[in-house]
Design a protein around this ligand. Structure first.
Ligand code: BV8
Length: 230
């Protein structure tokens, strides 16, 4: 029994072939964050930012969930208590694996947003700065992505879930980006058992009651099997 809150980051999708951000050769080695993942970067050069997200959208549309995503979908289907996935990822692989209760705190690659009227619609594979909003016709469309300096989505819902969590698991994230990097402290404050499942210790590893290291496709299914057998 018990409520489980799971935070995932780019590391859970690494074995599905999608690049992480801070690993060797990762996305931030190829692009400056300021140029491609900030509202200032988007207003400076929208085509550059669209090219960055168009490439990732195409790659994500071809990617398939791996054993770690599938194990989390199994946990949600079979666990007696609540299971909520809060993902920093924008690749849509948790839904592709069958998870239903997923909060995309940093947005989604397959969604577009109009920053004039806040309308959202399924993003075309290729977005251009000349695209107009299907609702208000303004040429103010952007990827529905939370950039640095912007407020992540559903923060109230996330804080509420952390205050009620019996178990908090962090998977495949370096613990470098806030406010997600602080969720372990919030969950711990409310008495949750905290677990890190990661390839190697994240910068927040010492804040977890339990750590298991290895590729997500091994450590996540093992942990889920144990959790379901409790
Ligand atoms: C906000 C967009 C206010 C989508 C992203 C100074 C100090 C502290 C904070 C700040 C500061 N200056 C500014 C800030 C705030 C800033 C921030 O945290 N900056 C950092 C860089 C210092 N944060 C913000 O601006 C956020 N907004 O704070 O608003 C606010 C907050 C709350 C309430 C009200 C107001 C907005 C942050 C969102 C930015 N958008 N992405 C996209 O392009 O994808 S963040 C980006 O990084 C991605 O979303 C990504 O998910 C996220 C975190 O990266 P990770 O997922 O952890 O990936 P990473 O590569 O880092 O790590 C991969 C891990 O996987 C590694 O540990 C690796 O070992 C592991 N791994 C690799 N392979 C495997 C594996 N594990 C298992 N198996 C494997 N095979």
């Amino acid at each position: 029994m018990g409520n489980i809150v799971i935070l995932t980051g780019a590391g859970i999708s690494a074995e599905s072939g999608l690049g992480t951000f801070r690993d060797e050769g990762g996305l931030w080695a190829q692009h400056r964050i300021e140029d491609v993942a900030t509202p200032e970067g988007f207003s400076r050069d929208p085509e550059l930012v669209h090219r960055f997200y168009n490439a990732r959208r195409a790659q994500a549309s071809e990617a398939t969930p791996n054993a770690a995503h599938e194990a989390l979908a199994r946990l949600e289907a079979e666990h007696k208590g609540n299971v909520l996935i809060v993902t920093q990822n924008v690749d849509g692989l948790h839904q592709k694996a069958g998870s239903k209760n997923v909060t995309h705190m940093h947005g989604q690659l397959d969604q577009a947003l109009c920053h004039s009227c806040e309308h959202r619609w399924p993003a075309p594979l290729v977005m251009r700065k000349t695209d107009t909003c299907p609702n208000c016709a303004s040429p103010t469309t952007r990827p529905d992505i939370v950039w640095f300096g912007e407020i992540p989505y559903q923060m109230e819902k996330i804080s509420e879930a952390l205050s009620k969590a019996d178990v908090f698991v962090s998977i495949g994230t370096s613990g470098e980006v806030y406010p997600a990097a602080n969720f372990v402290a919030e969950a711990d404050y409310f008495g949750a058992h905290t677990v890190e499942l990661n390839l190697e210790p994240s910068s927040g590893a010492s804040r977890f009651s339990e750590c298991r290291f290895g590729p997500a496709t091994q450590v996540v299914p093992d942990w889920v099997t144990e959790e379901l057998a409790r």
